[in-house]
Design a protein around this ligand. Structure first.
Ligand code: GLN
Length: 213
């Protein structure tokens, strides 16, 4: 079932190879997206971590902003990790950089400052129970944060999927848009990728049911 799905990974900068590799391990051949034509026919898209200003500027240079916005507007699932979350956001405060503006959240870049550049922490993510074996439904997710952003505010329609122990929001979902401040592609735990692939499959199923392509 999963094999017929075409998932793109935005491959302009950052750790796109790691996402491609995880998808490969799950039996999905990912398409690296570098130019506008690459967006055509995608069932879903992952926007990786990296440097969000660079990713945004390159996306503008290669004419990718409009096709990605169309993909999202058409209801295809999109997932941003770290810099990808920033690029998806509606509002990131004072920074002047290109944004897709699709995810109804306010994001703060580099929220942990220089003192705590990177860290790992086990987070409860109840939504992952659906893609976990029954005896591991409560298993926390090892989240890797690297110069990470956080979600400062969520707008209507946005569900919180994970918080740090102090309540800070670090994973959200708004209908078909998923955002994580951390990097599931840097761990061996494939549950977030499987969760996203389920979103993609569910969307494909809906389209077939309604006679869509
Ligand atoms: N600090 C980066 C930014 O603001 C994001 C870091 C990451 O993706 N690991 O774009």
């Amino acid at each position: 079932m999963v094999a017929v799905t075409t998932v793109g990974v935005l491959a302009l900068q950052g750790d796109f190879r790691e996402h491609v590799e995880v998808l490969g391990r799950l039996g999905v051949e990912a398409r690296e997206v570098r130019q506008s034509g690459d967006v055509e026919g995608l069932d879903g898209l992952i926007i990786p971590g990296g440097e969000s200003t660079t990713i945004g500027r390159l996306a503008v240079t290669y004419g990718l902003v409009a096709p990605i916005r169309r993909l999202i507007a058409a209801g295809h699932p999109v997932w941003g990790t770290c810099a990808g979350l920033i690029f998806l956001a509606r509002d990131i405060g004072g920074y002047d950089q290109p944004l897709l503006g699709a995810l109804n959240v306010v994001v703060e870049r580099n929220a942990f400052g220089r003192q705590v550049d990177s860290f790992e922490i086990d987070l409860p993510v109840p939504a992952l129970a659906d893609v976990s074996p029954p005896d591991e439904a409560q298993r926390p997710f090892r989240a890797v944060f690297i110069r990470a952003p956080v979600v400062k505010a969520v707008g209507p329609g946005v569900d919180v999927l994970a918080r740090l122990p102090d309540g800070t929001v670090v994973a959200v979902r708004q209908d078909h848009i998923l955002g994580t401040a951390f990097h599931p592609e840097l761990t061996d735990d494939t549950r977030f990728h499987r969760y996203f692939l389920r979103m993609v499959q569910a969307r494909k199923g809906e389209r077939r049911a309604h006679g869509g392509p």
